[in-house]
Design a protein around this ligand. Structure first.
Ligand SMILES: [Ca+2]
Length: 261
């Protein structure tokens, strides 16, 4: 299927394949079977381009958000509920957006709260918000070249830091005792002002994201540095909330999944 890059969509593709098999066994005529095959192929192409079929796995792939929109996003489905008292979140990100432009880099929202949002602010600082006021960091600027960016936070102490190219920022103490609430939605590309809505083009992400991984604990310095250099298990544990190689996601709008060349 050269013109139809289906990424192994789970629910939709399985459903279509199952019904296609039933039809094919009922009808023995070869040309009829061919027709079913073509219909099935067409349905698969359609489902990959217009629906929110869940796809699985982005190993060696990059998400490209080519335009500023208020509708393009990728929803990420976590492997476990995100009621969190600590985490490490890592991704590689590149953008051409001008320096003074706000950019949403990661948004996890429940019905009433921005649970875990990462921004580049208008003044260039990188910020981290959990349900209210944020923590702001002066980091090297995001550019057209990929930056490896991690964020760690631990509720017991409140210690939080960004890690750029494997190097840690100064710690800040942010919301000790806080718990991130479960049962929300993670979006890349857009900041929802309400759960599953209120998207604004002027805050959208334009650029590339790859290798996003998340753990429900704070990785050690050596693990974060190993991740930065592209190492995997056993030097870096697999993400137990998001593991890029096995990540479940739903792309909407103008988002491209391309080979990481
Ligand atoms: Ca907003």
């Amino acid at each position: 299927m050269p013109s139809c890059p289906v990424q192994g969509g789970k629910r939709t593709v399985h459903g279509l394949l199952a019904s296609g098999t039933e039809l094919a066994t009922q009808e023995k005529q070869p040309h009829i079977r061919m027709m079913f095959a073509m219909v099935l192929l067409g349905a698969l192409c359609l489902s990959s381009s217009v629906s929110l079929a869940t796809q699985v796995g982005l190993s060696e792939k990059v998400l490209v958000f080519p335009y500023e929109t208020d509708f393009s996003y990728v929803a990420l489905i976590p492997q476990k509920e995100m009621g969190l008292r600590s985490f490490t979140l890592c991704m590689r990100v590149a953008t051409e957006l001008p320096e003074e432009r706000q950019i949403i880099l990661f948004a996890y929202r429940t019905a009433d709260y921005d649970e875990l949002n990462i921004w580049r602010e208008k003044d260039g600082r990188i910020s981290f918000y959990m349900s209210g006021d944020g923590a702001f960091f002066h980091l090297p600027p995001l550019t057209t070249f990929r930056t490896s960016l991690c964020l760690t936070w631990e509720s017991r102490t409140g210690l939080t830091a960004f890690w750029v190219e494997g190097k840690r920022s100064a710690y800040q103490v942010y919301k000790p005792g806080h718990t991130i609430r479960p049962k929300g939605t993670v979006l890349l590309g857009q900041d929802p002002d309400k759960h599953l809505g209120g998207l604004e083009a002027v805050q959208s992400f334009v650029g590339e994201v790859t290798d996003l991984n998340m753990w429900d604990f704070v990785l050690s310095r050596s693990m974060i540095q190993a991740w930065h250099y592209g190492h995997k298990v056993p030097k870096v544990p697999k993400g137990n909330i998001f593991d890029w190689a096995a990540i479940e996601y739903e792309a909407n709008g103008n988002v491209m999944v391309v080979d990481d060349d």
